[in-house]
Design a protein around this ligand. Sequence first.
Ligand SMILES: [Zn+2]
Length: 299
Amino acid sequence: MPARRGTRSRRTPQPRPSARIAEPTDSPAAWCEADWSRFLTDRFELPIEVSFGRSRSAPVQARAFEAADGQTGWQLRLHRMFASAPEEVRDALAKWLRAGRRARKAGPILDDWIHDQVASLPRRTAKVSIEPAGNVHDLETLALPLIVGEFANDFRPRGPHERPRITWGRRARSKSRRSLRLGSFEPESRVVRIHPVLDQRAVPAWFVTFVLKHELLHSVLPSSRDAKGKWVHHGPEFRGRESAWLEYESALRWERQNLPRLIRSARLGSELRARPEDLIVPDVLAVERQSLRQHELPF
Ligand SMILES: [Zn+2]
């Protein structure tokens, strides 16, 4: 009976021949977008439309939509690595979608698998545009004292690490109302990106330097797993070095006091108004600068 056969094939999706050829023999048969859509729609009894994307930083993205019959469904964008997800991971994704953080076992299964997959993806060959010169702050100028100072023994020629490339991030409006990532380090391309919301007169250079320094520290102290297998991004060595920086406390305070304004500025594209207190260089930095000057050679 055709209807029956239809149902069966929904439950056991057939791999596409081209995908099967590309797969190593021991990996699970690839699922196309339609296979995933059917699997999740069956599981949730809701319309779920899956499409594949290439975002490594957000490999699972979901958005509600209204289906033709008025029912609320989900549009799910999965990184294309999910085409070859093993059954355990498919199941974990479904559970995690349903329960979120309450999915105690499914969450870590999914996290670990995604992390391993991302690590095994080929390095991106797409050209990264590097633009360290901003409208107000020049990241290369800010980085220079760090490269010859704090990181002199980390980066080549004296240290083991290749110096990352440094750039302002893409100048696009942020959508989030609650958080803002001021900087990032991408290990594959070794690129440090600083959020362009910091490229404003009202943001003190010493604070931009602090964010830059934090990301440069990520480039020499890679994230690792703890005894339970959980990822640690800011381990004891990281925290130790960072908290020894003279401007550490002042920078955290400035961030705390200004984050809501920064979030708004990034979201609306509006300029941050400079406040008199932002023009004051913290005492600790003024002292450091003075002592540096005293050590300068007399020529
Ligand atoms: Zn960090």
